[in-house]
Design a protein around this ligand. Structure first.
Ligand SMILES: Cc1ncc(COP(=O)(O)O)c(C=O)c1O
Length: 472
C-alpha cells in the first residue's frame, strides 16, 4: 500500500474486485456444507480478531484473507437453507451488490438536493409499499434501520398527533396520562418504544390474547373504558400482523372500528407479517391494514434485503412531518416543499441516512415483484407442510395454528432443559438451526420459515430428525 492515501490504485481495485467475486462464489457454493452455527469462543475470537491495528497497512489481499480465514468460519450461516431461527432470512441475490454500490456512492438521504436520485428511488419504493396496503393518496413513509425503530417513530407521531404541543411541553407536566394498548403476544419493541418515549410502563396495557393468540377486542374495549373512567387518556393501539412467536394476526378490522369510535391512533406492527400481503393465500387476511394510521414492516425480512432495512408507512405523511420536521429552526439546512422530492430528515429522527432504498429497488427490478409473491407463498406452504408433519406425529405437539410461517413444537411432558438440548443437538449435528420459544409458560422450539432457500426436502429432513430425537 502507498501509505499516504486512502485510495486504491487501479491494480488494487482489480485485485479487490477479483477477490470479492471469488469470495461470493465460494461462499455461495459452500452454503449447504457449512456449519449453520459456528463453533466459537470469545477467547479464540479475541486473539484472532482484536489484534492491535498496524501502523502500516497490510493491503487488499490481507483483508480478503482475513475475511476467508478468520471471519467467515466464525459467522452464522444465515443463508443455509435450514437456518430457521428467529425471523431472519438470507439476502436475495442482488441486494448485496446494491449495498456495495450504495456505499461507493455514499449518498446522504436526508435532503433531496444532495441525493436526488436516491430520493426518488426511496419514494418509489415507499409508493409501491403504500399501494400494496391501499393506504390512500396522502400516505407515505420512509425506510428505517428496522422494525423496532419504525414502531418507535410511529408512536412518536401518534403522541404528536394527540398532543400538538408535545414539542413545547413534552410529557412532563401533569395532565391525564396517555395510555397505549397492545397484546401480551406483541413484540417487546412495542413496550420498549413506549418506555423510551416517556409513556411509562404503568401506562402500557398488554391485553390478553385468545386461543389463537389474537388480541381480545372485548378486553381491549373494557380496558379503554376503565382507563377513561380513571381519568387517563387512551391514545394509541398497537396491533400485530404476525406476532413474533406464533405468527398470528390480530383482528385488525374490529380493532380499527374501535379506534374510530374511541378516536385512537392505530399502529400495526407488521415487522414479521405485513409483507405476506404479497402472497395470494394471506392477502385477504392482511387487507384490513389499509385502515391503519401507521404500519411497521421489514424489507430485511420478507424482501430479503440484507440488514438493515425496516420501513414505516403512514396514512398521512403530514402527521409524520408534524412530528419530526425541525427545519424551520435549523440554521444551515433548508427544506423545499415539493410533493415529489421529500426531505426525509423532516419525516424521521435521523439526519444522516444511508441509501437503503437502493437494495430494495434493485431487488424489485432485478427479480420482479412476482418473484417475491412466489417466495412468500412458498415460505407459507413450507410452514404448513412442517405443521402437518408435527400434527401427525404423536410424539410432538404443534403449539400454534400455523397462520404464517412460525411453527412452535413441543415434546409433551418434557421440560425447558430438554427443549434447549434438542435445539443444541439439531444445530450441532448440522440438521437445522431453530429458536427457543415459550407459549403460555411452556417451553418449546420454534421454526420460522423466512428463508427463500428452504425446500420441501429440508422441511421433511427436519421433521424426520425431530421425530427421531423426540422419541429417544
Ligand atoms: C412482530 C415483530 N415486531 C418487531 C420486530 C423487530 O424488528 P427489527 O428486528 O427489525 O427491529 C420483530 C422482529 O422479529 C417482529 O417479529
Amino acid at each position: 500500500m502507498d501509505g499516504t492515501t486512502l485510495i486504491l490504485n487501479a491494480a488494487e481495485r482489480t485485485k479487490a474486485a477479483e477477490l470479492l467475486a471469488r469470495f461470493t462464489d465460494s461462499y455461495e457454493n459452500s452454503l449447504t456444507s457449512r456449519p449453520i452455527a459456528p463453533d466459537a469462543d470469545r477467547e479464540t475470537l479475541t486473539k484472532l480478531l482484536a489484534e492491535p491495528f498496524p501502523e502500516e497497512g497490510l493491503g487488499v489481499e490481507a483483508f480478503f484473507a482475513d475475511v476467508v480465514d478468520r471471519i467467515v468460519p466464525y459467522t452464522t450461516t444465515i443463508a443455509h437453507p435450514r437456518f430457521l431461527a428467529y425471523v431472519q432470512g438470507p439476502p436475495n441475490g442482488i441486494s448485496p451488490y446494491a449495498e456495495a454500490i450504495a456505499a461507493v456512492l455514499n449518498q446522504n438521504c436526508n435532503l433531496w438536493q444532495i441525493s436526488p436520485a436516491a430520493n426518488v428511488i426511496e419514494r418509489s419504493v415507499m409508493d409501491w409499499l403504500t399501494d400494496l396496503f391501499a393506504l390512500g393518496p396522502s400516505s407515505g413513509g420512509l425506510l428505517t434501520n428496522g422494525g423496532s425503530g419504525a414502531t418507535k417513530d410511529a408512536i412518536t407521531a401518534a403522541i404528536a398527533d394527540r398532543r400538538p404541543d408535545f414539542r413545547e411541553r413534552g410529557l412532563q407536566e401533569t395532565r391525564a396520562p396517555l395510555v397505549l394498548y397492545t397484546s401480551d403476544e406483541a413484540h417487546r419493541s412495542v413496550v420498549k418504544a413506549a418506555t423510551l418515549l416517556g409513556i411509562g410502563l404503568a401506562n402500557v396495557r398488554t391485553i390478553p390474547t385468545d386461543d389463537h393468540f389474537q388480541l381480545r377486542v372485548d378486553l381491549l374495549a373494557k380496558a379503554i373504558a376503565d382507563d377513561r373512567a380513571a381519568g387517563k387518556e387512551p391514545f394509541c393501539i398497537v396491533a400485530t400482523a404476525g406476532t413474533v412467536t406464533t405468527g398470528s394476526i390480530d383482528p385488525i378490522g374490529p380493532i380499527a372500528d374501535l379506534c374510530e369510535k374511541e378516536n385512537l391512533w392505530l399502529h400495526v406492527d407488521g415487522a414479521y407479517g405485513a409483507l405476506f400481503i404479497l402472497a395470494d393465500s394471506t392477502r385477504e387476511a392482511l387487507a384490513p391494514l389499509s385502515r391503519a394510521d401507521s404500519i411497521t414492516l421489514d424489507p430485511h425480512k420478507l424482501l430479503f434485503a440484507p440488514l438493515e432495512a425496516g420501513a414505516l408507512l403512514v396514512k398521512d405523511m403530514a402527521k409524520l412531518r408534524a412530528a419530526f420536521a425541525f427545519s424551520s429552526t435549523s440554521s444551515y439546512l433548508t427544506a423545499i416543499d415539493d410533493a415529489h422530492l421529500l426531505d426525509y430528515m423532516d419525516h424521521g429522527p435521523q439526519l444522516s441516512r444511508s441509501f437503503k432504498a437502493l437494495k430494495v429497488w434493485a431487488a424489485l427490478r432485478t427479480f420482479g415483484v412476482g418473484a417475491f409473491r412466489t417466495t412468500t407463498e412458498r415460505c407459507l406452504s413450507l410452514a404448513t407442510r412442517l405443521g402437518s408433519h408435527i400434527a401427525a406425529n404423536p410424539g410432538l405437539d404443534l403449539m400454534n395454528p400455523v397462520t404464517l410461517t412460525a411453527v412452535c413444537i413441543r415434546m409433551p411432558g418434557r421440560n425447558a432443559e430438554a427443549h434447549a438440548e434438542l435445539l443444541t443437538r439439531l444445530h450441532e449435528e448440522g440438521t437445522a438451526m431453530l429458536g427457543p420459544a415459550r407459549i403460555r409458560g411452556q417451553a418449546c422450539i420454534r421454526a420460522c420459515i423466512t428463508n427463500h432457500r428452504t425446500t420441501e426436502t429440508d422441511i421433511d429432513l427436519l421433521a424426520s430428525r425431530l421425530t427421531t430425537l423426540a422419541t429417544r
